[in-house]
Design a protein around this ligand. Structure first.
Ligand code: SAH
Ligand code: SF4
Ligand code: F3S
Length: 432
């Protein structure tokens, strides 16, 4: 008999990607094999994101698309997992009776048992104070980068954000299990690790805080690239920057979500820093790591954001000149503090502000990238160019994509590349 097959579709942040890899590991343990075609699958899982309303909609629409497949193949198991499952708590089953599994992010461990017992429909959205999945072995989708989740959950409760309600309280994984997982990933041929957490730098396990963990990871022999995401500006300190400075294998890139430039809005957002503090953190980063890329997240159109508040977001952007940014229109999430406020910035105005930040960011990205033209960068090849699959591409230490116009290379190889051109958001170069 052919092995049963699984198909997982993943939305949202890297934590979700890492979770999907853990689930793949669990399913392979009970002899399931992956398929890239949902029509061949015995189990389909949609690992969903609920951070903004359109993310929610996408997950639900995707489920609906599998309705006819489920009809023609009743033994197929169709599951909604992740953050939309956690938010929905099973209510979706009244409307979508063809869905079999609703699993929140802390309940994946039992998946093999659930499917073997076929207690359908099955809903489990319990959040855990301790689950970190530290003994599970992921099946990784990239051969180059290994996602390694070091903590789960979030205690920050930014007023706009649904994540703390869906991912539960912060809990960290032991340094030993993290280091062991990374050593195994290296043995398996991975070249880079990315430490993951909703609030990666609030990591705390016994006497280990984030800087101590980073140090322990940096000491792993033959590990040439370490990344981490996402840190919170409140938890960036000199000790963390000192560890980054003293270890060449810790990549010089920091994602530092700004959200808004106005201190008044930051207060309403419960971000626990103001504009001045944020700019001080940036200055500290520039002092310790002058070459570092700083990237960010920005929300426009938060309740009561005046044009003066918005102008301050632009001012901070001009002052920092982020390398790249993820930019979003504010989307109220039921259950959060901000959802109780009046969502009073009209949709057209949110769109206008979004356009303005995107345009400004494009200019800054190009400026930053142009400053690299003429330099030699070490890049790690991780795929091929989207525009021209014949051209290989890789990433610099600062996480910028470089497309190779000349020279042969293989996925997983480190190459020295002369940067020749910066166009749009891309860099182009040739192997030296
Ligand atoms: N834990 C991470 C990010 C989590 S969500 C951190 O704090 O950096 C990723 C990004 O989505 C956030 O940084 C924020 O910019 C955006 N986001 C979260 N909730 C949102 C909402 N309700 N509307 C619009 N954007 C939101
Ligand atoms: Fe959400 Fe804020 Fe926690 Fe990030 S730090 S996950 S934005 S509540
Ligand atoms: Fe989305 Fe959940 Fe991640 S809401 S951003 S998938 S934590």
């Amino acid at each position: 008999m052919d092995a049963k097959k699984y198909y997982i579709e993943t939305y949202g942040c890297q934590m979700n990607q890492a979770d999907s890899e853990l689930i793949a590991g669990l399913l392979q343990d009970v002899c399931y094999r992956p398929t890239s075609n949902p029509e061949n699958a015995d189990i389909i899982l949609i690992n969903s994101c609920s951070v903004r309303e359109n993310a929610d909609r996408r997950a639900i629409a995707r489920l609906s698309q599998f309705k006819s497949l489920k009809k023609s193949k009743p033994e197929l198991l169709l599951g909604l997992i992740g953050c939309v499952a956690q938010r929905d708590q099973g209510a979706i089953l009244t409307d979508k009776k063809y869905v079999d599994l609703i699993l929140g992010p802390d309940t994946y461990r039992n998946l093999p048992e659930i499917i073997s017992q076929a207690q359908i429909p099955y809903v489990d959205v319990n959040l855990s104070r301790t689950e970190v999945y530290d003994d599970l072995v992921p099946i990784r989708s990239s051969t180059v980068n290994a996602w390694v989740s070091i903590m789960r959950g979030c205690n920050k409760f930014c007023s706009f954000c649904i994540v703390p309600y869906l991912r539960g309280r912060e809990r960290s994984r032991s340094p030993l299990s993290i280091v062991n997982e990374i050593k195994k990933a290296l043995k398996d041929g991975h070249k880079e690790v990315t430490l993951l957490g909703q609030n990666v730098n609030s990591y705390h396990y016994a006497e280990y805080r984030f800087p101590e963990l980073l140090e322990a990871v940096a000491a792993i022999p033959n590990l040439r690239r370490i990344r981490f995401t996402s840190p919170h500006p409140r938890d960036v300190n000199e000790q963390m920057l000192e560890v980054m400075r003293s270890h060449p294998n810790i990549c010089k890139q920091i994602h530092l979500p700004l959200q808004a430039g106005s201190s008044r809005i930051l207060k309403l957002m419960n971000r626990t820093y103001d504009q001045e503090h944020y700019l001080r953190v940036v200055e500290m980063i520039r002092t310790y790591l002058p070459q570092a890329a700083i990237t960010t997240d920005i929300i426009v159109g938060f309740p009561d954001e005046t044009s003066d508040d918005f102008e301050q977001t632009l001012e901070v952007m001009r002052a920092v000149k982020f390398d790249t940014a993820f930019m979003f229109k504010y989307s109220p999430r039921v259950g959060t503090k901000a959802a109780e406020m009046d969502d009073n910035i009209p949709e057209e105005e949110k769109s206008r502000r979004l356009k303005v930040v995107i345009q400004l960011q494009k200019k800054h990205t190009l400026e930053r990238n142009k400053s690299l033209v003429g330099t030699i960068q070490e890049i790690l090849i991780d795929g091929s160019s989207k525009k021209n699959p014949a051209e290989m591409s890789g990433r610099t230490d600062t996480n910028k994509i470089v497309v190779l116009k000349e020279g042969r290379s293989q996925i997983g190889e480190f190459c020295r590349v002369k940067i020749e051109e910066a166009v749009g958001v891309s860099l182009f170069g040739k192997i030296t």
